[in-house]
Design a protein around this ligand. Structure first.
Ligand code: FAS
Ligand code: PHB
Length: 388
Protein backbone atom coordinates (compact mmCIF):
# COMPACT_ATOMS: atom_id res chain seq x y z
CA UNK A 1 0.00 0.00 0.00
CA UNK A 2 1.25 3.49 -0.82
CA UNK A 3 -0.41 4.98 2.28
CA UNK A 4 -3.04 4.06 4.86
CA UNK A 5 -5.75 6.68 4.19
CA UNK A 6 -6.20 8.80 1.07
CA UNK A 7 -8.22 11.95 1.81
CA UNK A 8 -9.94 13.64 -1.11
CA UNK A 9 -10.37 17.35 -0.37
CA UNK A 10 -8.14 19.83 1.43
CA UNK A 11 -10.86 21.84 3.16
CA UNK A 12 -11.49 21.78 6.92
CA UNK A 13 -12.87 18.20 6.91
CA UNK A 14 -9.93 16.68 5.08
CA UNK A 15 -7.29 18.67 6.90
CA UNK A 16 -8.67 18.00 10.38
CA UNK A 17 -9.13 14.29 9.69
CA UNK A 18 -5.57 14.05 8.38
CA UNK A 19 -4.16 15.96 11.35
CA UNK A 20 -5.89 13.71 13.90
CA UNK A 21 -4.90 10.53 12.03
CA UNK A 22 -1.27 11.66 11.67
CA UNK A 23 -1.10 12.41 15.42
CA UNK A 24 -2.17 8.78 16.01
CA UNK A 25 0.57 7.52 13.69
CA UNK A 26 -1.65 6.91 10.67
CA UNK A 27 -0.17 7.83 7.28
CA UNK A 28 -2.34 9.95 4.98
CA UNK A 29 -2.18 11.71 1.60
CA UNK A 30 -4.50 14.66 0.85
CA UNK A 31 -5.60 15.28 -2.75
CA UNK A 32 -6.94 18.83 -3.29
CA UNK A 33 -8.36 20.14 -6.56
CA UNK A 34 -7.63 23.81 -5.88
CA UNK A 35 -4.52 25.78 -5.05
CA UNK A 36 -3.91 26.53 -1.38
CA UNK A 37 -4.56 30.22 -2.03
CA UNK A 38 -7.93 29.37 -3.60
CA UNK A 39 -8.96 27.23 -0.64
CA UNK A 40 -7.95 30.00 1.78
CA UNK A 41 -9.70 32.70 -0.28
CA UNK A 42 -13.14 31.25 0.39
CA UNK A 43 -15.04 33.16 3.12
CA UNK A 44 -17.40 30.77 4.91
CA UNK A 45 -18.32 29.88 8.48
CA UNK A 46 -17.69 32.06 11.48
CA UNK A 47 -19.02 30.20 14.55
CA UNK A 48 -17.42 27.18 16.24
CA UNK A 49 -19.44 25.01 18.61
CA UNK A 50 -17.48 24.30 21.80
CA UNK A 51 -17.14 20.67 20.69
CA UNK A 52 -15.32 21.96 17.60
CA UNK A 53 -13.10 24.17 19.80
CA UNK A 54 -12.14 21.11 21.84
CA UNK A 55 -11.49 19.03 18.72
CA UNK A 56 -9.17 21.70 17.29
CA UNK A 57 -7.30 21.86 20.60
CA UNK A 58 -7.04 18.02 20.61
CA UNK A 59 -5.64 18.22 17.07
CA UNK A 60 -2.95 20.63 18.30
CA UNK A 61 -4.25 23.59 16.28
CA UNK A 62 -6.03 25.58 19.00
CA UNK A 63 -3.34 28.11 19.94
CA UNK A 64 -4.23 30.96 17.52
CA UNK A 65 -7.95 30.26 17.98
CA UNK A 66 -7.55 30.64 21.77
CA UNK A 67 -5.48 33.81 21.29
CA UNK A 68 -7.57 35.52 18.58
CA UNK A 69 -11.00 33.89 18.77
CA UNK A 70 -13.85 35.60 20.62
CA UNK A 71 -15.94 33.44 23.01
CA UNK A 72 -19.64 34.35 22.87
CA UNK A 73 -22.10 33.52 25.68
CA UNK A 74 -25.26 34.37 23.76
CA UNK A 75 -26.91 35.77 20.65
CA UNK A 76 -29.77 38.08 19.73
CA UNK A 77 -32.80 36.94 17.75
CA UNK A 78 -34.94 39.86 16.61
CA UNK A 79 -38.21 40.51 14.82
CA UNK A 80 -38.30 44.16 13.73
CA UNK A 81 -37.79 45.93 17.10
CA UNK A 82 -38.57 42.91 19.27
CA UNK A 83 -35.21 41.68 20.63
CA UNK A 84 -34.73 38.29 22.35
CA UNK A 85 -31.42 37.52 24.05
CA UNK A 86 -30.57 33.83 24.08
CA UNK A 87 -28.18 33.36 27.00
CA UNK A 88 -26.25 30.21 26.06
CA UNK A 89 -24.21 30.23 29.27
CA UNK A 90 -27.19 30.56 31.64
CA UNK A 91 -29.36 28.11 29.67
CA UNK A 92 -26.78 25.41 28.84
CA UNK A 93 -23.56 26.23 30.70
CA UNK A 94 -21.77 26.34 27.32
CA UNK A 95 -20.62 28.99 24.85
CA UNK A 96 -19.46 29.27 21.22
CA UNK A 97 -16.29 30.71 19.68
CA UNK A 98 -16.19 33.34 16.94
CA UNK A 99 -13.25 32.30 14.75
CA UNK A 100 -13.51 32.20 10.96
CA UNK A 101 -13.30 28.97 8.93
CA UNK A 102 -10.58 30.60 6.85
CA UNK A 103 -8.39 30.88 9.98
CA UNK A 104 -9.20 27.30 11.04
CA UNK A 105 -8.15 26.12 7.59
CA UNK A 106 -4.98 28.23 7.68
CA UNK A 107 -4.05 26.77 11.09
CA UNK A 108 -4.66 23.23 9.84
CA UNK A 109 -2.52 23.74 6.73
CA UNK A 110 0.33 25.05 8.90
CA UNK A 111 0.05 22.05 11.23
CA UNK A 112 -0.08 19.58 8.36
CA UNK A 113 3.00 21.19 6.77
CA UNK A 114 4.81 20.87 10.09
CA UNK A 115 3.73 17.21 10.19
CA UNK A 116 5.28 16.72 6.75
CA UNK A 117 2.00 15.36 5.38
CA UNK A 118 1.76 14.99 1.60
CA UNK A 119 -0.85 17.44 0.28
CA UNK A 120 -1.15 17.38 -3.50
CA UNK A 121 -2.74 20.55 -4.95
CA UNK A 122 -4.16 20.97 -8.44
CA UNK A 123 -5.36 17.37 -8.79
CA UNK A 124 -7.83 16.45 -11.54
CA UNK A 125 -9.75 13.45 -12.85
CA UNK A 126 -9.97 11.78 -9.43
CA UNK A 127 -11.30 8.22 -9.58
CA UNK A 128 -11.90 6.03 -6.50
CA UNK A 129 -11.54 2.30 -7.22
CA UNK A 130 -11.47 -1.21 -5.66
CA UNK A 131 -13.61 -0.20 -2.69
CA UNK A 132 -14.71 -3.78 -2.05
CA UNK A 133 -11.26 -5.32 -2.50
CA UNK A 134 -8.41 -5.97 0.01
CA UNK A 135 -7.20 -2.40 -0.63
CA UNK A 136 -8.63 0.65 -2.35
CA UNK A 137 -7.04 2.70 -5.10
CA UNK A 138 -7.31 6.37 -6.10
CA UNK A 139 -6.29 7.56 -9.56
CA UNK A 140 -5.79 11.25 -10.38
CA UNK A 141 -3.83 13.59 -12.61
CA UNK A 142 -1.56 16.53 -11.93
CA UNK A 143 -0.75 18.71 -14.94
CA UNK A 144 -2.23 15.97 -17.11
CA UNK A 145 0.18 13.34 -15.72
CA UNK A 146 -1.58 10.23 -14.29
CA UNK A 147 -0.96 9.02 -10.73
CA UNK A 148 -2.29 6.09 -8.68
CA UNK A 149 -2.29 5.51 -4.91
CA UNK A 150 -3.26 2.30 -3.09
CA UNK A 151 -4.54 2.56 0.48
CA UNK A 152 -6.61 0.84 3.16
CA UNK A 153 -9.36 3.49 3.27
CA UNK A 154 -10.54 6.58 1.37
CA UNK A 155 -12.13 9.62 3.07
CA UNK A 156 -14.40 11.67 0.81
CA UNK A 157 -13.91 15.21 2.16
CA UNK A 158 -14.43 16.89 -1.20
CA UNK A 159 -17.55 18.92 -0.51
CA UNK A 160 -20.92 19.10 -2.22
CA UNK A 161 -19.48 19.23 -5.75
CA UNK A 162 -16.85 16.55 -5.22
CA UNK A 163 -16.55 13.08 -6.73
CA UNK A 164 -16.75 10.95 -3.57
CA UNK A 165 -20.52 10.94 -3.04
CA UNK A 166 -21.08 10.19 -6.72
CA UNK A 167 -18.75 7.19 -6.44
CA UNK A 168 -21.52 5.48 -4.48
CA UNK A 169 -23.89 4.01 -7.11
CA UNK A 170 -26.92 6.28 -7.51
CA UNK A 171 -29.25 3.32 -6.99
CA UNK A 172 -27.66 2.74 -3.56
CA UNK A 173 -27.83 6.38 -2.45
CA UNK A 174 -30.87 7.95 -0.80
CA UNK A 175 -30.81 11.74 -1.06
CA UNK A 176 -32.98 14.23 0.82
CA UNK A 177 -33.08 17.88 -0.27
CA UNK A 178 -34.82 21.20 0.31
CA UNK A 179 -33.65 24.10 -1.87
CA UNK A 180 -34.66 27.49 -0.43
CA UNK A 181 -35.97 30.21 -2.78
CA UNK A 182 -33.39 32.75 -1.63
CA UNK A 183 -29.68 33.17 -0.92
CA UNK A 184 -27.44 35.12 1.45
CA UNK A 185 -25.47 38.09 0.20
CA UNK A 186 -22.48 38.38 2.53
CA UNK A 187 -19.89 41.14 2.92
CA UNK A 188 -16.72 41.59 4.90
CA UNK A 189 -16.00 45.15 6.06
CA UNK A 190 -13.23 46.57 8.26
CA UNK A 191 -15.70 48.25 10.60
CA UNK A 192 -16.58 47.64 14.28
CA UNK A 193 -19.42 45.20 14.97
CA UNK A 194 -22.87 46.72 15.42
CA UNK A 195 -23.34 44.66 18.64
CA UNK A 196 -21.23 42.56 21.04
CA UNK A 197 -23.08 39.41 20.01
CA UNK A 198 -24.54 38.15 16.72
CA UNK A 199 -27.94 39.48 15.62
CA UNK A 200 -30.22 37.08 13.70
CA UNK A 201 -32.80 39.59 12.41
CA UNK A 202 -36.21 38.74 10.99
CA UNK A 203 -37.93 41.76 9.41
CA UNK A 204 -40.79 42.48 6.99
CA UNK A 205 -38.05 43.20 4.40
CA UNK A 206 -36.31 39.84 4.87
CA UNK A 207 -33.56 38.29 7.00
CA UNK A 208 -30.26 39.88 8.01
CA UNK A 209 -27.36 38.56 10.12
CA UNK A 210 -24.82 40.72 11.90
CA UNK A 211 -21.76 38.59 12.58
CA UNK A 212 -18.07 39.37 12.99
CA UNK A 213 -14.53 38.06 12.64
CA UNK A 214 -12.89 40.40 15.19
CA UNK A 215 -13.54 43.73 16.97
CA UNK A 216 -12.63 45.48 13.72
CA UNK A 217 -13.85 43.13 10.99
CA UNK A 218 -17.53 42.37 10.45
CA UNK A 219 -19.31 39.71 8.43
CA UNK A 220 -22.85 40.85 7.57
CA UNK A 221 -25.49 39.12 5.46
CA UNK A 222 -28.87 39.97 3.92
CA UNK A 223 -31.35 37.53 2.39
CA UNK A 224 -31.63 38.15 -1.37
CA UNK A 225 -33.63 36.57 -4.22
CA UNK A 226 -31.78 33.77 -6.03
CA UNK A 227 -32.00 35.83 -9.22
CA UNK A 228 -29.77 38.56 -7.74
CA UNK A 229 -26.06 38.82 -8.45
CA UNK A 230 -23.33 40.66 -6.55
CA UNK A 231 -23.46 43.36 -9.27
CA UNK A 232 -27.04 44.17 -8.20
CA UNK A 233 -25.71 45.13 -4.76
CA UNK A 234 -23.34 48.09 -4.65
CA UNK A 235 -22.20 48.83 -1.08
CA UNK A 236 -24.67 51.71 -0.59
CA UNK A 237 -27.60 49.47 -1.41
CA UNK A 238 -26.30 46.74 0.91
CA UNK A 239 -25.88 49.16 3.84
CA UNK A 240 -29.33 50.73 3.37
CA UNK A 241 -31.00 47.31 3.26
CA UNK A 242 -28.99 45.89 6.18
CA UNK A 243 -29.75 48.98 8.29
CA UNK A 244 -33.51 48.67 7.81
CA UNK A 245 -33.60 44.96 8.67
CA UNK A 246 -31.78 45.11 12.01
CA UNK A 247 -33.46 46.63 15.10
CA UNK A 248 -33.51 50.44 15.02
CA UNK A 249 -31.46 50.65 18.23
CA UNK A 250 -28.66 48.67 16.56
CA UNK A 251 -29.10 50.54 13.27
CA UNK A 252 -28.41 53.79 15.10
CA UNK A 253 -24.96 52.42 16.04
CA UNK A 254 -24.12 50.98 12.61
CA UNK A 255 -20.72 52.01 11.21
CA UNK A 256 -20.53 51.45 7.46
CA UNK A 257 -17.49 51.15 5.23
CA UNK A 258 -16.28 49.65 1.94
CA UNK A 259 -16.83 45.92 1.44
CA UNK A 260 -13.56 43.97 1.06
CA UNK A 261 -15.40 40.81 0.06
CA UNK A 262 -18.90 40.30 -1.33
CA UNK A 263 -20.53 37.02 -2.37
CA UNK A 264 -23.90 35.29 -2.64
CA UNK A 265 -24.39 31.77 -1.27
CA UNK A 266 -27.45 29.69 -2.16
CA UNK A 267 -29.25 27.94 0.70
CA UNK A 268 -30.13 24.27 0.71
CA UNK A 269 -30.72 21.39 3.12
CA UNK A 270 -29.26 18.14 1.81
CA UNK A 271 -28.32 14.71 3.13
CA UNK A 272 -27.04 11.70 1.20
CA UNK A 273 -27.23 8.28 2.86
CA UNK A 274 -25.28 6.07 3.52
CA UNK A 275 -21.95 7.72 4.45
CA UNK A 276 -20.00 4.55 3.69
CA UNK A 277 -19.42 2.47 0.58
CA UNK A 278 -16.93 -0.33 1.25
CA UNK A 279 -13.59 1.34 1.96
CA UNK A 280 -14.95 4.87 1.21
CA UNK A 281 -16.33 7.16 3.94
CA UNK A 282 -18.07 10.52 3.29
CA UNK A 283 -17.34 13.46 5.59
CA UNK A 284 -18.72 17.01 5.87
CA UNK A 285 -20.22 18.77 2.87
CA UNK A 286 -19.55 15.71 0.68
CA UNK A 287 -22.45 14.10 2.58
CA UNK A 288 -24.62 16.97 3.80
CA UNK A 289 -25.36 20.66 3.41
CA UNK A 290 -27.22 22.90 5.84
CA UNK A 291 -28.45 26.47 5.37
CA UNK A 292 -25.98 28.64 7.36
CA UNK A 293 -28.77 30.04 9.57
CA UNK A 294 -27.93 27.59 12.36
CA UNK A 295 -24.12 27.92 12.02
CA UNK A 296 -23.89 24.13 11.65
CA UNK A 297 -22.08 23.46 8.35
CA UNK A 298 -18.50 23.52 9.52
CA UNK A 299 -19.43 22.14 12.95
CA UNK A 300 -21.14 19.07 11.46
CA UNK A 301 -17.99 18.43 9.42
CA UNK A 302 -16.03 18.43 12.69
CA UNK A 303 -18.34 15.92 14.39
CA UNK A 304 -18.14 13.63 11.35
CA UNK A 305 -14.35 13.80 11.72
CA UNK A 306 -14.66 13.02 15.42
CA UNK A 307 -16.56 9.82 14.69
CA UNK A 308 -14.48 8.74 11.68
CA UNK A 309 -10.93 9.39 12.93
CA UNK A 310 -11.34 7.05 15.93
CA UNK A 311 -13.06 4.43 13.79
CA UNK A 312 -10.25 4.43 11.19
CA UNK A 313 -7.54 4.20 13.86
CA UNK A 314 -9.32 1.17 15.37
CA UNK A 315 -9.89 -0.41 11.95
CA UNK A 316 -6.21 -0.13 11.07
CA UNK A 317 -5.50 -1.99 14.32
CA UNK A 318 -8.00 -4.73 13.35
CA UNK A 319 -11.19 -3.60 15.09
CA UNK A 320 -13.82 -2.65 12.46
CA UNK A 321 -16.73 -1.99 14.84
CA UNK A 322 -16.21 1.78 14.54
CA UNK A 323 -16.22 1.95 10.76
CA UNK A 324 -19.20 -0.42 10.65
CA UNK A 325 -21.11 2.00 12.93
CA UNK A 326 -19.83 5.28 11.42
CA UNK A 327 -22.65 6.01 8.97
CA UNK A 328 -25.52 5.43 11.43
CA UNK A 329 -23.71 7.19 14.27
CA UNK A 330 -22.82 10.32 12.26
CA UNK A 331 -26.26 10.48 10.59
CA UNK A 332 -28.01 10.50 13.98
CA UNK A 333 -26.32 13.82 14.83
CA UNK A 334 -26.50 15.15 11.25
CA UNK A 335 -30.29 14.86 11.12
CA UNK A 336 -30.74 16.76 14.41
CA UNK A 337 -28.58 19.60 13.08
CA UNK A 338 -30.47 19.42 9.76
CA UNK A 339 -33.75 19.95 11.63
CA UNK A 340 -32.40 22.87 13.68
CA UNK A 341 -30.96 24.60 10.61
CA UNK A 342 -34.23 24.15 8.71
CA UNK A 343 -36.24 25.47 11.69
CA UNK A 344 -34.03 28.57 12.11
CA UNK A 345 -34.24 29.25 8.36
CA UNK A 346 -38.03 28.83 8.26
CA UNK A 347 -38.50 30.99 11.37
CA UNK A 348 -36.30 33.88 10.23
CA UNK A 349 -36.66 34.25 6.47
CA UNK A 350 -39.46 35.92 4.53
CA UNK A 351 -40.63 33.49 1.79
CA UNK A 352 -41.63 35.11 -1.50
CA UNK A 353 -45.40 35.02 -1.88
CA UNK A 354 -45.97 33.82 1.70
CA UNK A 355 -49.49 34.62 2.87
CA UNK A 356 -50.30 36.72 5.94
CA UNK A 357 -50.89 33.56 7.98
CA UNK A 358 -47.34 32.31 7.37
CA UNK A 359 -45.93 35.69 8.36
CA UNK A 360 -48.01 35.61 11.54
CA UNK A 361 -46.74 32.08 12.34
CA UNK A 362 -43.19 33.36 12.13
CA UNK A 363 -43.93 36.28 14.37
CA UNK A 364 -45.79 34.01 16.86
CA UNK A 365 -42.81 31.63 16.94
CA UNK A 366 -40.54 34.53 17.82
CA UNK A 367 -43.06 35.87 20.38
CA UNK A 368 -43.13 32.42 22.06
CA UNK A 369 -39.32 32.36 22.05
CA UNK A 370 -39.29 35.75 23.74
CA UNK A 371 -41.64 34.53 26.49
CA UNK A 372 -40.50 30.94 27.07
CA UNK A 373 -37.29 29.89 28.79
CA UNK A 374 -37.95 26.33 27.61
CA UNK A 375 -38.08 27.52 23.99
CA UNK A 376 -34.91 29.54 24.51
CA UNK A 377 -33.14 26.54 26.07
CA UNK A 378 -34.12 24.36 23.10
CA UNK A 379 -32.61 26.89 20.70
CA UNK A 380 -29.51 27.35 22.88
CA UNK A 381 -28.85 23.58 23.21
CA UNK A 382 -28.89 23.19 19.45
CA UNK A 383 -26.90 26.33 18.71
CA UNK A 384 -24.00 25.57 21.10
CA UNK A 385 -23.93 22.02 19.68
CA UNK A 386 -25.63 18.77 20.68
CA UNK A 387 -23.41 16.13 22.31
CA UNK A 388 -21.21 13.96 20.02
P1 FAS B 1 -15.38 22.14 1.66
O1 FAS B 1 -16.31 22.36 0.50
O2 FAS B 1 -15.00 23.29 2.52
O3 FAS B 1 -14.00 21.54 1.13
C1 FAS B 1 -13.99 20.55 0.11
C2 FAS B 1 -12.65 20.63 -0.60
O4 FAS B 1 -12.60 19.59 -1.57
C3 FAS B 1 -12.47 21.95 -1.34
O5 FAS B 1 -11.24 22.55 -0.99
C4 FAS B 1 -12.51 21.56 -2.82
O6 FAS B 1 -11.64 22.33 -3.61
C5 FAS B 1 -12.05 20.11 -2.78
N1 FAS B 1 -12.54 19.29 -3.88
C6 FAS B 1 -13.76 19.32 -4.47
N2 FAS B 1 -13.83 18.40 -5.46
C7 FAS B 1 -12.62 17.77 -5.49
C8 FAS B 1 -12.06 16.74 -6.28
N3 FAS B 1 -12.77 16.15 -7.24
N4 FAS B 1 -10.79 16.35 -6.03
C9 FAS B 1 -10.06 16.93 -5.04
N5 FAS B 1 -10.52 17.93 -4.25
C10 FAS B 1 -11.79 18.33 -4.48
N6 FAS B 1 -21.09 27.07 7.23
C11 FAS B 1 -21.34 27.75 8.36
O7 FAS B 1 -21.37 27.15 9.43
N7 FAS B 1 -21.58 29.11 8.31
C12 FAS B 1 -21.53 29.81 7.13
O8 FAS B 1 -21.74 31.02 7.09
C13 FAS B 1 -21.25 29.13 5.93
N8 FAS B 1 -21.18 29.80 4.73
C14 FAS B 1 -20.94 29.09 3.57
C15 FAS B 1 -20.86 29.73 2.30
C16 FAS B 1 -20.63 28.99 1.13
C17 FAS B 1 -20.56 29.70 -0.22
C18 FAS B 1 -20.48 27.59 1.19
C19 FAS B 1 -20.25 26.77 -0.06
C20 FAS B 1 -20.53 26.94 2.44
C21 FAS B 1 -20.75 27.69 3.63
N9 FAS B 1 -20.80 27.07 4.89
C22 FAS B 1 -21.04 27.75 6.03
C23 FAS B 1 -20.59 25.67 5.01
C24 FAS B 1 -19.10 25.45 4.98
O9 FAS B 1 -18.50 26.14 6.04
C25 FAS B 1 -18.89 23.95 5.02
O10 FAS B 1 -19.68 23.35 6.02
C26 FAS B 1 -17.46 23.57 5.21
O11 FAS B 1 -16.70 24.21 4.21
C27 FAS B 1 -17.37 22.05 5.11
O12 FAS B 1 -16.06 21.71 4.98
P2 FAS B 1 -15.64 20.51 4.01
O13 FAS B 1 -16.52 19.34 4.29
O14 FAS B 1 -14.16 20.38 4.17
O15 FAS B 1 -16.02 20.97 2.53
C1 PHB C 1 -20.56 33.98 9.90
O1 PHB C 1 -19.96 34.69 10.75
O2 PHB C 1 -20.15 33.86 8.71
C2 PHB C 1 -21.81 33.25 10.31
C3 PHB C 1 -22.17 33.24 11.64
C4 PHB C 1 -23.32 32.56 12.02
C5 PHB C 1 -24.10 31.93 11.05
C6 PHB C 1 -23.72 31.94 9.71
C7 PHB C 1 -22.56 32.61 9.34
O3 PHB C 1 -25.25 31.28 11.42
Amino acid sequence: MDTQVVIIGGGPSGLLLSQLLNRAGVATVILERGTRDHVLSRIRAGILEWGSVEMLREAGVGARMDAEGIPHDGTLITDADMVVHIDFKALTGRRVMVYGQTEVTRDLYAAQDAMGTTIVHGVGDVRILDLDGPQAAVEYTVDGKPHRLTCAYVAGCDGFHGVSRKTIPEARRQEFERVYPFGWLGILSRTPPVADELIYANSPHGFALASMRSESLVRYYVQVPLTDTVDDWPDDRFWAEFRRRIPSEAAARLVTGPSIEKSIAPLRSFVSEPLRWGRLFLVGDAAHIVPPTGAKGLNLAVSDVFYLHGALIDALRGNTAGIDAYSARALARIWKAMRFSWQMTTMLHRFEGEDSFAAQMRRATLAHLAASEAAQRDLAENYVGLPY
